[in-house]
Write a protein that binds this ligand. Structure first.
Ligand code: SIN
Length: 345
């Protein structure tokens, strides 16, 4: 699908599936549908394209994002990087399921930050209702996402003077623009399912106009990820290190960690190389896990501490034994640790 307009801004729309591409057997069924059914070119039919913009659509995957895999991420990263590198492409729109959207956003952010390609915007959008809903939310989200791309492409907010001279990868949903660092799905049903927690959204889309309320810069403390040295190919063409998440909760047992450690098949990527502990409150960890965490560290496993809390970030203090995730949620901390371990190879 290629629009016939000859215009000054070109955006590539990459489809990956999700509810936005979902189809139900009965119109109006908002939960009994199959995600990832409608092609990305079809999703664009009837969406008003901003003046001066042309679109090119490409289907990268067609999945329910609960099934997101490292392989799909590798394909997506490779296509995003390919298109961003082209002089005639001004930005990327990715249609994605809501369930793991925040993971894909932080993955693309960390993987692309060092490439120099994120001077152009990358925006994800989604829907909570399938394309066949009586009142679908996907078309409005697509329209809003295109407005954000256009705003950024014409310099609505400048990446100049940013700490790493790059934009945040963004997610547009229900009129809010969220940054990859903070965005999190907080509601399983409402169309306004995403939040940026304490930080708040980067901006809002109101009747096609974008109102920025925060800097769109990617401002990463860089303690975990030496992102300035990443090569896209080293992420695309490799077996990813295995990093698992263990949640600290009432009655948890350290044996789970020992069982993970017992799986030693390094070549397949199955051997445990990293562990994120989703700690309680301020990143505290049940005493039952402590000895097993020590055994994992002794076996060379990198252990990072995140918090189960939906908002805020761990306030570290002298004597904390484990590195904390610097505000990343457990699922995002897992991706950051995987990239760090890849980089170290
Ligand atoms: C998915 O994540 O692919 C299904 C759920 C959704 O998009 O809302």
């Amino acid at each position: 699908f290629e629009s016939l307009q000859v215009n000054s801004k070109k955006f590539v729309v990459l489809g990956t599936g999700g509810t936005i591409a979902g189809r139900a057997s009965q119109a109006g069924d908002n939960i009994g549908y199959k995600a990832g059914e409608v092609g990305v070119d079809q999703l664009l039919v009837g969406i008003p394209v901003p003046a001066g913009v042309s679109l090119q659509a490409e289907q990268v995957a067609q999945i329910d994002s609960k099934d997101m895999s490292h392989a799909v991420w590798q394909s997506l990263l490779s296509r995003v990087a390919h298109h961003l590198a082209k002089a005639d492409v001004d930005g990327i729109l990715i249609t994605h399921g809501t369930d793991t959207l925040e993971e894909t956003a932080i993955f693309l952010q960390l993987a692309l930050a060092s490439s120099g390609l994120l001077s152009k915007p990358v925006v994800l959008t989604c829907a909570m209702r399938p394309a066949t809903a009586l009142v679908p939310d996907g078309p409005q989200n697509m329209q809003d996402a295109l407005a954000v791309l256009q705003n950024l492409a014409i310099g609505g907010t400048s990446p100049a003077n940013m700490p790493c001279s790059c934009l945040q990868v963004m997610a547009v949903c229900a009129g809010s623009v969220h940054g990859a660092m903070d965005v999190q799905k907080l509601h399983p049903y409402r169309t306004d399912a995403f939040s940026s927690g304490d930080s708040g959204p980067l901006g809002f889309v109101e009747e096609g106009a974008v109102r920025w309320v925060r800097s769109t810069a990617f401002n990463w403390p860089s303690r975990h990820i030496p992102w300035t040295e990443f090569a896209i190919n080293s992420i695309v063409n490799t077996v990813w290190p295995r990093v698992d998440i263990i949640m600290s909760h009432a009655g948890v047992v350290g044996r789970m960690i020992d069982l993970l450690l017992a799986d030693k098949d390094l070549a397949s990527g199955h051997a445990l190389q990293g562990l994120v502990i989703a700690g309680t409150g301020n990143g505290t960890i049940h005493e039952s896990l402590e000895a097993a965490i020590g055994r994992a560290q002794a076996a060379g496993v990198d252990v990072v501490r995140a918090s189960r809390c939906a908002q805020g970030q761990i306030v570290s203090k002298a004597g904390d034994g484990l590195t904390d995730s610097e505000g990343l949620s457990p699922v995002k901390a897992r991706i950051a640790l995987q990239l760090k371990l890849m980089h170290r190879r």
